[in-house]
Design a protein around this ligand. Structure first.
Ligand SMILES: Nc1ncnc2c1ncn2[C@@H]1O[C@H](COP(=O)(O)OP(=O)(O)OP(=O)(O)O)[C@@H](O)[C@H]1O
Length: 768
């Protein structure tokens, strides 16, 4: 055996440098132990980062017999004695931390059939794999912080290009949906379980694994015939800051853990019929994955993810906002040499892939989070109903005794009652949301009053924190004492000294303010008590309503066969789903509204900056004209370019601009005011404080000509008598009718925005 220079290397030196926020896909290789019935070993881990494959050199007929050693280098290599814990620690533990911090992460197991992927990802009771360990760590991290964190999980398998929900296999095949730009990919109808209970999740995972399609083949007694994708989403919600409880900061991270099915060769697996067809599907999707890896590693500008559902689901993990780890699995056995070589080559290519990683942190109004809480509750209800649908409940013997008419009447009544109960529940939920928003507002107002008091107290050297009642009493005492002292002082000193009268006035003002604050606080407290009590009532009502719903559901087995019952439960599920979708939509609208508001603020800011710029330039032009400075050619050019820009921005019908009616070609081009024109900022005009000052407000020249329509579009021309002859020639100005075009477009824009707003107006509870 002759050693050979590494044929392939994933070392950093051979890879292009990363751009900011880019992260290289981490590639780990795990070599599984040789089995007793397998021939000799041709592959082994040379050290912590490299693998050696004893191969033959097909390009060299003489050396072919001798064989060569091929070295492959990766981020990390696990040898046959590596423990599950070690694999998890090195590859996934840090991903879990990242996910808790709002990043997306994916870990996926790749390799030929029987190479050990399921062992790494799922493991068994004694050797739990990555999925169990990651879930454990996530739940450990959020333990006792249920009010801040929410964790949801889903588990699906991709079998023969069909998506099945492993948490609810009875739901049949599910659709993959993506938005028109192919950016967000979702599986519609997939069960999302919301829980923070480790036990519950472990049971679900076990259940999901049992539901997975596994069959014995000649290569692996427990061969996974599908790709399995476990997704865990962690959402952390906290107020943006202590003072602002109406805005919440949400960090949302998602961890994908994927156990791919293994590539296989028909002649080795000896698969026939159904197994053969499965193998073909597996190979096809893995081929599509391989093509994507090749394209991404080669820096291709277009990558085709559409060839299989697997690549569509993995798109983000491979090129989107995601930290990704690939664990390639290889067998050391001689009879798996080709498969191992292929896996190593793919893994090596994947080493060149990088993704753009961003933290998913966004601020939303408290109202949005309220909507999301209700959506989560509804989804939990849906999954409860789905479980119920699967249960086989004892049927009453009376069913058969009832006549068909009686039965259908009874069933209709029951169904109506169930739906009515649900509607009442929704009303109560919305009421609770409104109360919460009101209580939050009161809380903030109370905080403001506390601030006034604490400020006053600290000025008077009192420690406000020692209890509100003590503080309240102290304030009153202090004010009384001060009043007496002032009265005494006034009597003894007469009016001769006015030196301190200002300070005294100020002091008196602040005393009045603090007294008012105490008064306000007392009112707020009363109001808070009232609303809290009302909230308690509504909560009780909601609970009673829930119970009633469950009771009605429990009546179903006495009237219906299991199939009929399932049908009704499916209907109720659907009603819940619709309501959850509606609430989700409303929360999205709210988010969009917040974005619009933010955009408005940005426009205001840019507008102010631009106004300042304009003033600076106008002033500079005055100086140029007054000092009779001859403009350098590059500045003349810039002025011309500027003039052309104005044409381009305001000319909508592309007619060649005529010189007739344009402004004098001897003058410097005017500074455009088109974007500061109020009609171009329809969303901002409501706030007079932000409208640009008129020329007279901003100290404009009184000699300025009266604003003509063209001035309104192009801005006033700054001219000084006698200065015109020195100014550079200009391209023709736009014709006067531009202003009317602008008016039209402003009108259209205004209408579009107001329509957009109407469309985005949320439900009745919107207070934002
Ligand atoms: N690192 C390991 N240590 C001990 N046993 C292992 C290891 N890796 C794999 N095995 C064993 O090898 C066999 C095949 O592994 P596994 O089912 O995980 O392969 P796979 O890659 O998932 O195959 P397929 O693609 O066909 O599902 C199993 O019996 C498994 O327990």
């Amino acid at each position: 055996m002759s050693p050979e220079t590494p044929s392939s290397s994933g070392s950093d030196t051979s890879r292009p440098p990363l751009k900011p926020a880019e992260e290289r896909l981490m590639v780990a290789v795990r070599v599984r132990p040789l089995k007793n019935d397998e021939p000799h070993r041709v592959l082994y881990a040379a050290d912590r980062k490299s693998v050696i494959l004893e191969d033959s050199d097909k390009s060299d007929a003489i050396r072919q017999k001798k064989g060569v050693e091929r070295h492959y280098t990766f981020d990390v290599v696990f040898n046959e004695t590596s423990f599950q814990e070690e694999v998890y620690d090195v590859t996934t533990r840090s991903l879990v931390k990242d996910v808790l911090n709002g990043y997306n992460g994916t870990v996926f197991a790749y390799g030929a059939t029987g190479a050990g992927k399921t062992h790494t990802m799922v493991g068994d009771r004694h050797h739990p794999g990555i999925m169990i360990r990651a879930l454990n760590d996530i739940f450990e991290a959020v333990k006792d912080k249920e009010d801040e964190y929410s964790v949801t999980m889903s588990y699906l398998e991709l079998y023969n290009e069909n998506i099945r929900d492993l948490l609810n296999p009875a739901s049949g095949y599910l659709e993959l949906r993506e938005d028109s730009r192919g950016r967000s990919i979702q599986v519609s109808g997939l069960t999302e379980i919301s829980t923070t209970s480790t036990d519950e999740v472990m049971q679900l995972l076990q259940k999901g694994n049992k539901a997975r399609t596994v069959e014995p083949t000649a290569m692996n007694q427990t061969s996974s015939r599908s790709h399995a994708l476990l997704s865990v989403t962690v959402r952390h919600t906290v107020p943006v800051n202590k003072r602002d409880h109406l805005r919440m900061r949400i960090k949302q991270g998602r961890l994908f853990m994927i156990d791919l099915a293994g590539s296989e060769r028909a002649n080795k697996t000896k698969n026939r019929g159904k197994r053969l067809q499965e193998g073909a599907h597996i190979n096809r999707s893995l081929l599509a994955l391989g093509n994507c890896i090749n394209a991404l590693a080669g820096g291709a500008r277009y990558v085709n993810y559409r060839d299989s559902k697997l690549t569509r689901l993995l798109k983000d993990a491979l090129s989107g906002n995601c930290k990704t780890v690939m664990i390639a699995h290889v067998s050391p056995s001689a009879n798996q040499k080709d498969e191992s070589r292929n896996t190593l080559i793919y893994a090596d290519r994947a080493n060149n892939i990088s993704t753009k990683v961003e933290r998913n942190v966004f601020d939303v109004s408290y109202q949005v989070t309220q909507y999301q809480t209700v959506v989560n509750e509804l989804r939990a209800e849906i999954s409860r109903l789905q479980t119920k649908m699967k249960e086989e409940r004892p049927r009453s013997a009376d069913i058969s005794k009832m006549n068909a008419e009686e039965k259908s009447e009874e069933v209709r009544n029951l169904r109506e009652q169930i739906v009515e109960t649900f509607k009442t529940q929704m009303k109560l939920r919305r009421k609770l949301m409104e109360i919460d928003a009101h209580l939050l507002g009161l809380g903030m107002e109370a905080e403001r009053q506390h601030l006034i008091i604490s400020h006053w107290e600290s000025r008077n050297n009192k420690l406000y924190k020692n209890g509100v009642n003590a503080s309240r009493a102290r304030t009153q005492q202090s004010i009384r004492r001060r009043k007496l002292a002032t009265a005494d002082g006034f009597r003894s000193a007469g009016n001769e000294e006015d030196m301190d009268s200002d300070a005294d006035g100020e002091e008196a003002d602040s005393e009045t303010a603090v007294q008012q604050a105490w008064g306000e606080l007392a009112d707020i407290e009363r109001e808070q008590d009232r609303w809290t009590e009302l909230r308690g009532h509504i909560e009780l009502k909601l609970e009673a309503c829930r119970q009633r719903g469950v009771m009605l559901e429990d009546k179903l087995p006495s009237l219906l066969s299991s199939d009929d019952e399932r049908e009704i439960l499916a209907l109720i599920c659907r009603v819940h789903e619709l309501e959850a979708d509606k609430m989700a939509l409303q929360s999205e609208r709210l988010v969009r509204q917040h974005e619009l508001k933010r955009r408005d603020l940005l426009i205001i800011r840019y507008d102010r900056q631009r106004q300042l710029c304009e003033e600076i330039i106008t002033r500079q032009r005055q100086l140029i004209e007054e000092a009779k400075v001859k403009l350098p050619s590059d500045l003349q050019e810039l002025y011309q370019m500027y003039q052309q820009e104005i044409h381009a921005a305001t000319y909508t019908d592309f007619n060649p601009p005529s010189t007739a009616g344009g402004c004098s070609i001897d003058k410097l081009p005017p500074i455009s005011k088109i974007y500061s024109d109020p009609m171009f900022r329809p969303t901002l005009t409501s706030d007079p404080s932000v409208s640009p000052p008129s020329s007279s407000e901003s100290g404009g020249d009184e000699n300025m000509p009266k604003e003509s329509s063209i001035d309104r579009v192009m801005g006033h021309v700054v001219t000084r008598p006698g200065a015109a002859t020195r100014l550079p020639p200009l391209p023709p100005s736009p014709p006067i009718r531009l202003s009317s075009i602008s008016k039209d477009s402003a009108h259209i824009m205004r209408r579009a925005i107001s329509e957009d707003r109407i469309a985005n107006t949320p439900g009745p509870s919107s207070k934002d």
